[in-house]
Design a protein around this ligand. Structure first.
Ligand SMILES: [Zn+2]
Ligand SMILES: [Zn+2]
Length: 138
């Protein structure tokens, strides 16, 4: 399916062709750190289908702790929203898009969980944590 999205401030926007069956959660410790939260939701898209529509992401390259391979992490230089990871070099075979940046995210529910061994232990009990329909009063 055709997907499109962008960062929080609107500087970056992009489009791609994604297979909803490939949406997955990543519980690796790098995703926990670089998102600042418990896990990341990703969908891989073919490199040829990915197109930046506006803006130029900042690219940060680091060897990942759990796979040992160098990965490019791309994010907005203005607002910090992570938008994808990919392989170093020109014309990569695929991009891992961050599903929370996609307009179609309601249709992109995760179908699998990777690196579950480093998942946060409380995730299994998420449904039992008290809920409020809106945010914390400040
Ligand atoms: Zn931005
Ligand atoms: Zn990860």
């Amino acid at each position: 399916m055709r997907v499109d999205g962008g960062c929080h401030c609107g500087y970056l926007s992009f489009e791609a062709e994604a297979d909803p069956a490939q949406v997955a959660i990543c519980h690796c410790t790098d995703c926990q750190t670089s998102t600042g939260t418990a896990f990341r939701v990703n969908v891989p898209v073919p490199g040829a289908s990915f197109k930046m529509l506006s803006g130029e992401p900042t690219r940060y390259v680091k060897t990942t702790a759990q796979s040992g391979n160098p990965r490019v992490q791309a994010f907005c230089p203005q607002c910090g929203t992570p938008i994808y990871s990919t392989s170093p070099g020109d014309n990569p075979a695929s991009y891992m898009l961050r599903v929370g940046t996609l307009r179609q995210r309601d249709q992109l529910a995760p179908k699998h969980q990777f690196w579950f061994r480093s998942s946060r232990s409380w995730l299994a009990d998420l449904a039992s944590i008290p809920r409020t329909e809106k945010g914390r009063a400040r």
